[in-house]
Design a protein around this ligand. Structure first.
Ligand SMILES: [Zn+2]
Length: 310
């Protein structure tokens, strides 16, 4: 019944606390089916995708992009997720097949798959010359805790972060979602404690999603005893920004004789988008036509943006 991904933002009427809550099952499933992630890798990537969507919903401009990069030097390698202000997200994990046994029944070992020896970085490209960047050392590699540390240290916002991904035995995504609770300047302890107690009573976020609780109902429980209003709502989706033309520009950055060599030895000219695993095929003549009209500075920018691979 709840196969629609969406997000709701709410605030108490005295503007002391704001809550972002998202249902991301379909987006995480799309990432899983595109990247062929193991159970633990799905949980790790799914948590980062969900976090990026929650944070992206706070961007103001139509072209703004927020990117979370995590690398804890664990078996997962790097995890990257980028979201825009319209609720679209794309992402990748360096080693999608990596997996680890669970220490606890029913709990995927995301912390060890990500690792703890590294960083979490947030980049906000909001049309300024230099994108905003914040970076913190990882605490547990479980992502929610690391993100709460980022909010506190880098943005000075005390936050409670919950991110959950529930993977079925057949590796499909049964439920995914996330929650941010952020204290606004001047928030009273009494209100924060009340909300914290309400949230403790809720249980794990992935259980709520699994039981198909509507986000509106969960919000009511979070704000129990505190008058609040919904301040925003948005549909969410996994959607990449790549297209055939953009990735053709990557190929056009190579010398034409190399392009023809690859085409002759491989029998095809193929590029795969890192973020969505979409495969694009070209004829060498198409690439040659682009190189004849190309303008180099624009080209190098395109390569930087798309980051394709053979
Ligand atoms: Zn793509």
């Amino acid at each position: 019944m709840m196969n629609r991904d969406y997000l709701i933002k709410a605030m108490d009427n005295d503007k002391q606390v704001r809550v972002f809550i998202a249902h991301t099952t379909a987006a995480v499933e799309e990432a899983h089916s595109r990247h062929y992630t193991s159970a633990t890798a799905s949980a790790a990537l799914g948590r980062v995708l969900t976090a990026a969507l929650l944070m992206g919903s706070d961007l103001k401009g139509d072209n703004d992009v927020l990117t979370i990069r995590i690398n804890g030097n664990g078996p997962a390698g790097a995890i990257i997720a980028s979201a825009d202000s319209q609720g679209n997200v794309r992402g990748l994990i360096s080693n999608p097949e990596a997996d680890l046994p669970s220490h606890l029944p029913g709990k995927l070992n995301v912390g060890d798959l990500v690792g703890q020896d590294g960083y979490l970085e947030v980049l906000k490209d909001i049309g300024l010359k230099q994108p905003f960047t914040g970076r913190v050392s990882l605490i547990s590699g479980e992502i929610a805790e690391d993100l709460a540390s980022y909010f506190l240290k880098s943005e000075q916002i005390p936050s409670l972060v919950a991110l959950g991904v529930l993977v079925s035995p057949d590796l499909s995504i049964r439920a995914a979602g996330g929650l941010f609770v952020q204290a606004l300047p001047g928030a009273e302890n009494q209100v924060l404690e009340q909300i914290e107690a309400n949230i403790l009573r809720l249980g794990p976020i992935s259980d709520l999603m699994k039981n198909h609780a509507a986000l509106e109902e969960i919000l009511q429980k979070i704000f129990e005893g505190i008058p609040y209003s919904v301040v925003g709502e948005q549909p969410l989706a996994f959607k990449c920004t790549c297209n055939s033309q953009k990735l053709a520009m990557v190929l056009a950055g190579f010398p034409m004789d190399e392009i023809y060599d690859i085409y002759r030895s491989e029998g095809k000219l193929e590029l795969i988008c890192n973020f969505c695993n979409e495969i694009y095929n070209y004829q060498p003549e198409e690439i040659e036509a682009i190189t004849k009209q190309k303008d180099t500075p624009f080209l190098s920018r395109q390569i930087h943006e798309t980051g394709g691979r053979f």
